[in-house]
Design a protein around this ligand. Structure first.
Ligand code: 6GU
Length: 400
C-alpha cells in the first residue's frame, strides 16, 4: 500500500449521527403467533422492548366480510387450492395504513430475492406494511392496487409468507440505530462490498493442530486489514464467484482542506469497508501517473472554498493554489473505470458546471465513465448520507 493510500476502515465515526428514528412494522397475516415468536425473543425482542422498533400484527381474518370469518374462496377458472379474497386483505391494509405513502410489501416467491441493498433501502423507511399470503395466493386485484414491493427470501417455496416476514424484520432491524449493541457493526458488513467476510478466529492460538494466521497476532492494523481484504476475496472466489463481478473497490480522491477530507472519509466509509483515500493536495501524487482498473470506482470530492475559480491565487497563506480539476487529475488513466463527482453544496454544483463538463470530456478520453454527480456534506443527516451512498451503490450495481 502506498503512503497516500490512507486506509480508513478502522475509523468509526458514526456515533455522532442525530437520529431517533424507530421503525414500525405492521404484519398482515392469518397466523400472528408465527410473527410474535420472533419479535418476543433475542435481539429483535430486545429492540421491541427498548422501543427502537415496534411490530404490530394484524389478523386478516378479523377483516373478513363473511359471518363465518372465511377469507378464502375457490379460484376462478378452477384448479387446486384456495385463493385469499381481495376485500379482507384490502381492509387489513387500510387499517394498517395511517400514512398514504407507507410501502406495502408482499412476501412471495414470485419476486426478486431479498439482498442487503434492498434491506438497507427498506431500513430508511419509518414504517412498513408486510403482507403474508397463504393458500395458493391472494386475489391479484388487491395486490395490483396496494402492493409497492414484492419480496422473496429465496428460490424455494414456503407454506406462507410469515417466515419471509420474520427474515425481513430481522434483517431490517439490524440497521435501526441502537438495535445492535455496537452501532457500527451494521455498517461494516460482509456483503457491503459484495464480498464475503474473512475468516474469524479467537483463543486458543492452537486448536486441533490448527494455528491462527500469524498476521492477526501481529498488532499491525494495516497488515491485518490487507490480510482481511485478501481473504474476503479468496472466500468470495471460492464460495460466491458470482458476487465478484459486482464488487468495486472504492477510491476517494480529494483535494482541499480538512472539511473535504472529512467528507471523503465519511462517504467512503459508508460505501465500503476497504475504501482508499488519495490526498491530491500532494504534489507528488498529482505528478504520478496512476492507472485504475475497471473494478474500481473513483470518487472525486470538490470543495467550495478551494474550487472557486476566483481564487486562482493561493486561497490562504497555508492553502493550496487553485487548480482546475483537469490540472489536478491530469495523470489519471482508466479502463472504463466509473467515477462519481461529489459537490459540497448546490451552489457549488451550479458554479462548477462548465468546469465539470470540461473535466468529463477530458476523463472520457482517458478511459473513465461518469456514473453520477451528487451533493454530500458531513453535516447531512445520517439518513441522507446513507441515501446518497445507497444511490451510488444502486448505480454501480446497474453498470455491473
Ligand atoms: Cl417470502 N413466501 C413464500 N410463501 N414462499 C417463499 C418466500 C416467501 N420466499 C421464498 N419462498
Amino acid at each position: 500500500m502506498k503512503e497516500w493510500q490512507i486506509n480508513i476502515c478502522i475509523k468509526r465515526r458514526f456515533g455522532k449521527g442525530i437520529r431517533d428514528e424507530d421503525m414500525k412494522f405492521h404484519v398482515l397475516t392469518l397466523f400472528p403467533e408465527m410473527i410474535r415468536n420472533i419479535t418476543e425473543t433475542s435481539i429483535v425482542g430486545r429492540a421491541v422492548k427498548n422501543e427502537l422498533i415496534s411490530v404490530e400484527t394484524i389478523n386478516i381474518r378479523d377483516y373478513s366480510a363473511n359471518k363465518h370469518m372465511r377469507v378464502d374462496d375457490y379460484p376462478y377458472g378452477g384448479g387446486a387450492g384456495m385463493v385469499m379474497e381481495a376485500e379482507p386483505v384490502y381492509r387489513a391494509i387500510m387499517a394498517a395504513k395511517q400514512d398514504k405513502a407507507t410501502r406495502v410489501i408482499y412476501m412471495t416467491p414470485q419476486a426478486r430475492v431479498l439482498n442487503q441493498t434492498k434491506v438497507e433501502e427498506l431500513a430508511l423507511e419509518e414504517e412498513l406494511i408486510i403482507l403474508c399470503g397463504h393458500y395458493e395466493g391472494i386475489d391479484d386485484r388487491v395486490l395490483q392496487e396496494c402492493v409497492t414491493d414484492y419480496v422473496s427470501i429465496g428460490d424455494y417455496v414456503l407454506t406462507g409468507g410469515e417466515l419471509g416476514a420474520a427474515v425481513l424484520i430481522d434483517a431490517v432491524s439490524r440497521f435501526i440505530p441502537g438495535v445492535l449493541s455496537n452501532e457500527e457493526s451494521s455498517q461494516f458488513e460482509s456483503l457491503q462490498d459484495n464480498l464475503l467476510e474473512y475468516p474469524h478466529y479467537t483463543r486458543p492460538e492452537l486448536w486441533h493442530d490448527k494455528e491462527v494466521p500469524k498476521v492477526l497476532l501481529s498488532g499491525d492494523h494495516k497488515k491485518i486489514e490487507a490480510w482481511r481484504l485478501e481473504h474476503s476475496k479468496i472466500r468470495t472466489q471460492e464460495r460466491r464467484p458470482d458476487l465478484l463481478n459486482q464488487s468495486y473497490q472504492i477510491c476517494s480522491l480529494w483535494y482541499g482542506n480538512d472539511a473535504t477530507r472529512e467528507s471523503a472519509e465519511l462517504l467512503t466509509a459508508r460505501l465500503s469497508r476497504y475504501g482508499q483515500l488519495y490526498d491530491y493536495n500532494r504534489r507528488k501524487l498529482q505528478k504520478t501517473r496512476t492507472c485504475f482498473q475497471k473494478r474500481q470506482l473513483l470518487i472525486f470530492y470538490l470543495q467550495a472554498e478551494h474550487d472557486t475559480p476566483s481564487e486562482r491565487q493561493p486561497a490562504r497563506a497555508e492553502g493550496p493554489v487553485y487548480m482546475t480539476l483537469r490540472e489536478r487529475y491530469r495523470n489519471l488513466y482508466g479502463q472504463e473505470t466509473p467515477y462519481v463527482l461529489i459537490y459540497s453544496s448546490k451552489e457549488e454544483e451550479e458554479r462548477m458546471q462548465a468546469e465539470t463538463e470540461e473535466f468529463r470530456m477530458h476523463m472520457e478520453k482517458r478511459g473513465f465513465v461518469k456514473l453520477q454527480e451528487s451533493i454530500f456534506h458531513p453535516d447531512f443527516s445520517e439518513k441522507e448520507q446513507i441515501r446518497i451512498a445507497l444511490q451510488i451503490r444502486a448505480n454501480v450495481a446497474e453498470i455491473s
